[in-house]
Design a protein around this ligand. Structure first.
Ligand SMILES: [Zn+2]
Length: 324
């Protein structure tokens, strides 16, 4: 983007006072300032009530963008993104965020909204980069970040996805606001996608399947349901992730082992819990040894996760430990 383009964008931001409208202006009229076009867009927006790419109400913490399905090419799928600094997040014991409102925004459970679902073939992901997106400034289409092999496999599995959701009208079922049921179904579809990715040895696929399952567990707890089966399912995915050593980043691997240890504690398998605590301790002693030759090596990261597991272990008899 050239200097002039940047200037036009800045002026548009002042005149339109709406990030999504600025994007729309640039898409439709290009980087040229024209008051007639600005007024035209403003009038259209007022007439339409809720415009395309809407920023929503002032107190709505989400805004909408449109994406295209990389499997069936369904266009204009609405994806709900969070406005900057519109919600606070507090992680539960399994590191799943709970959302709180920040004035002037209202509180919503973004976990219900975060997975975008194609209403035609039920391809689903909370990461918009898995879809085909549009770069407004460059006026180009960005391909899905998923590999062609994964996309091909997902193309063959449309019928499997339709068995996961038995709603008569997918578009209506996944519209917003979503019920806890459709929120959980959206994550089940996203898990289906990651399992296809895992079958083709895509890095992070098992880990994502585990994290999505923990989202379902939190929704279940929120509506007063037992989440044990979901937690056991998450354990299975995380254990596969650990076995496959798919993460390749020590910091993420400590977190994975923390999750395994914590989940085993929650599902009352203390032997397995201690086993994973032992993995963290082993890594720590390896780092301590390595640090003798290389002072730049530190155990700070692994210590953080060891402390967290120890804390939970100490509190394990507390009756309200998992009520969060
Ligand atoms: Zn589709």
């Amino acid at each position: 983007m050239g200097l002039d383009d940047k200037l036009v964008r800045k002026k548009l931001e002042v005149l339109l006072k709406d990030e999504v409208l600025v994007e729309k202006y640039l898409r439709v009229f290009g980087p040229r300032l024209d008051m007639n076009n600005i007024n035209k867009l403003k009038q259209e927006t007022q007439r339409a009530g809720a415009p395309e790419g809407s920023m929503g109400d002032k107190d709505d913490p989400t805004y909408q963008i449109k994406v295209k399905c990389p499997i069936c090419n369904q266009a204009d799928i609405i994806c709900y993104e969070l406005k900057a600094k519109s919600l606070t997040t507090t992680p539960d014991k399994f590191l799943v965020p709970r959302y709180g409102g920040v004035k002037p925004f209202r509180t919503i459970n973004y976990s219900l909204y975060s997975v975008t679902v194609c209403p035609s073939c039920l391809f689903a992901s909370p990461d918009k980069r898995d879809f085909v997106t549009f770069s407004v400034q460059a006026r180009t289409e960005n391909k899905s970040q998923l590999s062609p092999f994964v996309l091909e496999e997902l193309r063959k599995r449309v019928e499997d996805r339709k068995k996961i959701v038995t709603a008569p009208d997918f578009a209506a079922y996944f519209k917003h606001p979503r019920s806890p049921e459709s929120g959980m179904a959206s994550y089940k579809l996203a898990i289906h996608r990651t399992l296809v990715e895992a079958s083709l040895e895509t890095p992070l696929a098992w880990y994502k399947a585990g994290m999505y399952t923990l989202k379902i567990a939190l929704i279940q707890r929120d509506i007063g349901r037992d989440d044990t089966d979901s937690l056991k399912e998450a354990v299975k995915y995380f254990a596969n992730s650990f076995k496959a050593s798919e993460l390749k980043q020590p910091e993420l691997e400590y977190q994975l082992v923390y999750l395994l240890s914590t989940l085993f504690l929650r599902i009352e398998d203390q032997t397995q819990c201690q086993l994973y605590m032992g993995v963290l301790e082993k890594w720590k002693s390896e780092l301590t040894k390595a640090a003798k030759d290389d002072p730049s090596i530190t155990t700070a990261h692994v210590d953080r996760w060891i402390d967290k597991t120890k804390e939970l272990w100490t509190d394990r008899e507390q009756p309200d430990l998992w009520k969060h």
